[in-house]
Design a protein around this ligand. Structure first.
Ligand code: RAM
Length: 915
């Protein structure tokens, strides 16, 4: 047995940690089966002196064990040693360190500095200080933050490899500072430069594209702590002795892009002026920083019909492009960004709306590498102006996001499903850039609470999102008020608006996801008042019938069942949605009260939950079991949130089935219904139907976008129409993770990886087959270690391979076997015979014409055997009809033609291994 991955507040050997009671986690790795931890001992010491020793503690806890020793001192290094004993007689040891930060913003002794440039100045200020060092250095730490986004250089070298510090928080309440190691950078004579971009603080942001959301002047705060080998120390800090100038960054806006003029020289140093910010609001960085996590080479140079020079990176992503160039002095290169080309193949930046995203570089005649500092773009394509000779190897796309650990993989036998999984992951990466944003490209990029809420479950499979959401949830709580509840976007730059269902519920739902995924009780403690505040807010809005039926709601946002709806809120009764969430959140709050042992609240919210459920049934379900909105989302909420009384459930389930059948087995759900649709079906013995909807390839479906070439999740089911036109509502992002919320169902139901106890201390493995997928390999790296679930069902043989990490146990339901098996940690393999066949004849006479014509091979065959059919104007109208419907009014010989095409398609489909 080995003990590995000692994590301190989810991080390895963190520095700049301001958590007063850090928590320790480790993993046990063993080749033996049924391994459990029997005891642990943690010793925390400082400078070799033990401060806290738990002694040998007989416990199987190995996750998030809280430090209970003497108060930690700021700016200090602590050593941590964890010894572990397992039930097999083995012993293991893991060690690490953590270094505290300033332990509170008021411990900064530096002063805030800013500039007095005229308002029209767009260049980023560069705050400068020169200083010399005489003695031998042992250690250098830099603590810094800014109003705006900043970058620090010492002697020309950038500190750290992160971007967009200090990150976006609710600046009026919270501002993060960062800690940098700079031990080897200082020389005898030193120059420190802090460049500050407008960022979210002062920059142009929001639908209105207006600046100054938090202030009209950027500022900096920094301290360089130098410890010398002789034991003495010194602090260089921002104060009025610093100077300010401007450098090569002539303008920079997150939405608009950056202009760098490398010919620009400014020798003029001006005086800085001091400014202030509430020091109590300054906190250490809470989440992982933003980094370049991947670099993608340019794939193809395209000269478009409009003669634009365009590079395709093959993937819609968030970040920017690094450009290597040797231009003439003064030569200006312009890089524009777009997610997509239009159907003629021209550059199509319209999905960006007013966020023009243009980077410009002025060359100085030398070999240069340009990349922007304070802007990011959502793009797959760039267009290049001002450069004659374009060499692909000189352009590299840099992928930027919060650097979360990857925790999930999902691979199936179906390549389209695999592309969907890739699209979900890319949309997560693209929109987890410091805050959970709706989209990364247009003049929005806001922390929409609803989007984050519906996607959180999926996100927590793909990446470790504990710190990412902890930081953001702190902002949620800090922006929440009694009067308005929880804002629709956090950080809130849209102003006061009454809270809305499914959006504001993020305050309750996401802490619960974090608790369940990581066994993190502290998040519930920290967010409890916020969770409770939201439920209480709803209660305060309820009428005498105990229901929330007033005010603005987003309903089932972008649902297709009311496509013409001016307000985009779908056909499901908006207040039905609101009250469904009211009950759902109240129940989560009750469960949180149980975890935290809050006796009074347990009683209060159990009663409230029952009351809301009862009122919901009275108001929204008739005495004979008909639901007011028999939409897919209406039925799904009544079932999946367990709202409908037992006696009504069957009727509602039938209504759901009928609705789905009326849509020819397609979904019509929006943001609210989509995450739960397949879950509701699976849980109610309609897993096959869930599988059918999931594997639909024609509009509207998840795989429709995949077949249209999507590399990220689209905002709308119809972002790109079957004929290649774009949705023109003015709201059409091609990188919007909300509909990627199906990912949770893929992991939980298809791969069958579920938690039975918080943090996956006890695991449920229950893979469920669907026709059209013959194998799945999935992994989830839990806080205890990696869980694996893979299965295949081919040629009448089922094979299952499972891995359960040490110090956990699991219940395994093998497909087609009645009895669950209780297992401990280890690797398990099963093989048995079955009658089941999961291969499907994908194309039948029930397939729609559109789905068939999506296949290039079908078009080829039709062109060959019935060219007159292809040109026929009626074909457009028949798109949504099935083959048999089309044939009902067609000459009999057409059936033979269709049969031939269908057989050929099924054959080719099997040959490429698509099923
Ligand atoms: C759009 C956003 C987001 C959604 C809101 C209601 O502007 O892109 O996805 O949550 O509207």
């Amino acid at each position: 047995m080995k003990v590995t991955e000692l994590k301190i507040e989810y991080r390895e050997n963190p520095i700049g940690l301001d958590v007063v009671k850090p928590r320790f986690s480790w993993k046990l790795v063993s080749k033996e089966q049924n391994v459990l931890q029997e005891a642990y001992r943690i010793v925390v010491s400082k400078g070799g002196v033990d401060l806290w020793d738990t002694g040998i503690n007989e416990s199987s806890n190995s996750v998030l064990i809280q430090y209970e020793g003497p108060e930690l001192a700021p700016l200090s290094l602590y050593e941590v040693k964890v010894e572990v004993w397992d039930n097999k007689g083995n012993q293991g040891l893991v060690q690490g360190t953590f270094e505290t930060g300033l332990l509170g913003g008021t411990n900064f002794s530096a002063e805030w500095i800013t500039h007095e440039f005229p308002e029209e100045e767009t260049a980023c200020p560069v705050f400068v200080k020169e200083f010399s060092v005489k003695k031998t250095i042992e250690r250098v730490r830099v603590y810094a933050t800014s109003l705006g986004v900043y970058e620090i250089k010492i002697n020309g070298e950038k500190l750290g490899d992160t971007f967009f510090a200090p990150g976006w928080t609710s600046y009026k309440n919270r501002l993060q500072y960062q800690t940098y190691q700079a031990d080897r950078i200082l020389q005898e004579k030193n120059k420190i430069e802090i460049t500050v971009g407008n960022g979210w603080y002062k920059g142009i942001f929001g639908f209105t594209c207006t600046p100054n959301h938090y202030g009209d002047r950027v500022a900096a705060l920094a301290e360089i702590h130098i410890t010398y080998t002789d034991g003495t120390s010194e602090i260089i800090k921002t104060d009025e002795s610093w100077k300010v100038t401007t450098g090569s960054i002539r303008s920079s806006e997150i939405y608009m892009g950056e202009t760098i003029d490398s010919c620009y020289k400014n020798e003029k140093l001006e005086e800085v002026v001091s400014t202030s910010y509430k020091m109590e609001n300054i906190i250490a960085q809470e989440s992982e920083p933003v980094r370049i996590t991947e670099k993608l080479p340019a794939k193809e140079l395209i000269i478009t019909p409009k003669e634009e020079k365009v590079i395709d990176f093959g993937q819609n992503l968030t970040g920017f492009v690094e450009v290597k160039v040797k231009g003439k002095v003064g030569q200006r290169i312009t890089i524009k960004h777009a997610e997509v080309l239009d159907k003629e193949g021209n550059f199509y930046p319209d999905t960006l709306r007013k966020a023009i995203s243009v980077d410009q570089y002025v060359c100085n005649g030398e070999e240069q590498t340009f990349l922007p500092h304070f802007t990011f773009h959502g793009f797959r394509y760039i267009s290049i102006e001002g450069l004659e000779d374009i060499q692909l190897e000189n352009f590299t796309a840099c992928v930027l996001h919060t650097e979360m650990e990857e925790t999930g993989t999902f691979i199936s036998s179906n390549p389209l499903v695999n592309q969907l999984q890739s699209n979900i992951q890319w949309s997560q990466r693209g929109n987890f850039l410091d805050i959970p944003s709706d989209c990364p490209q247009r003049d929005e990029r806001l922390g929409w609470t609803g989007d984050a809420q519906v996607f959180a479950g999926t996100a927590a499979y793909n990446h470790n999102v504990a710190l990412f959401f902890t930081k953001w949830l702190h902002d949620v709580a800090s922006e929440q008020t009694e009067e308005f509840g929880v804002p629709h976007v956090v950080p809130n730059i849209l102003g006061d608006q009454d809270g809305a269902a499914a959006w504001s519920d993020a305050a309750v739902i996401i802490p619960w996801v974090i608790y369940e995924t990581y066994g993190d009780v502290r998040i519930l403690e920290e967010q409890y008042e916020s969770m409770k505040g939201w439920v209480e807010y709803i209660t305060s809005k309820c009428g005498s019938n105990g229901l929330w039926q007033t005010g603005f709601q987003y309903g089932d946002w972008l649902a297709l069942d009311k496509e013409e709806s001016a307000d985009r809120t779908g056909a499901t009764d908006k207040y039905l949605v609101a009250n469904a969430y009211y009950a759902y959140s109240t129940n989560i709050l009750r469960k949180a009260a149980e975890v935290l042992n809050k006796a009074e609240d347990i009683k209060k919210y159990s009663e409230l939950y029952q009351k809301v459920k009862k009122a919901f049934n009275e108001e929204y379900i008739t005495a004979t079991g008909r639901l007011v909105s028999e939409t897919q989302t209406g039925c799904v909420l009544a079932l999946y949130f367990d709202l409908a009384e037992e006696k009504y459930r069957n009727r509602i389930l039938e209504a759901l089935e009928t609705n789905i059948a009326n849509h020819k087995n397609h979904l019509s759900t929006g943001f609210v219904g989509t995450p739960y649709l397949c879950h509701a079906l699976t849980e109610n013995n309609l897993h096959d139907l869930a599988g059918t909807i999931f594997l639909k390839e024609d509009y509207p479906s998840w795989l429709y976008s995949v077949k249209k070439g999507a590399t990220t999740i689209w905002e709308r089911w119809n972002s790109i129409l079957p004929n290649g036109d774009f949705d023109t509502s003015g709201m059409n992002s091609l990188n919007h993770y909300a509909y990627g919320s199906i990912g949770e169902w893929m992991y939980r139901r298809l791969a069958g990886i579920n938690q039975l106890q918080p943090g996956y201390k006890k695991i449920l493995i229950k893979p469920q087959f669907i026709k059209g997928i013959t194998s799945i390999d999935a992994t989830f790296n839990s806080v205890y270690g990696e869980i694996k679930s893979s299965w295949s069902c081919k040629d009448n043989v089922i094979k299952v391979a499972i891995e359960i990490p040490a110090n956990t146990t699991a219940i395994l339901y093998l497909p087609e076997k009645e009895q669950p098996i209780e297992i401990g940690s280890g690797i398990y393999q099963y093989e048995y015979e079955t009658e089941t066949r999961l291969e499907i004849e994908k194309f039948t006479f029930d397939t729609t014409l559109q789905e068939i014509l999506n296949e290039p091979l079908a078009i080829e065959l039709f062109n060959q055997y019935a060219p007159e059919l292809m040109g026929h104007p009626m074909i457009e109208f028949a798109y949504q009809l099935s083959v048999s419907e089309v044939l009902a009014n067609a000459p009999t010989e057409s059936a033979t033609l269709f049969k031939m095409v269908i057989d050929a398609l099924n054959k080719s489909n099997n040959e490429v291994g698509a099923i």
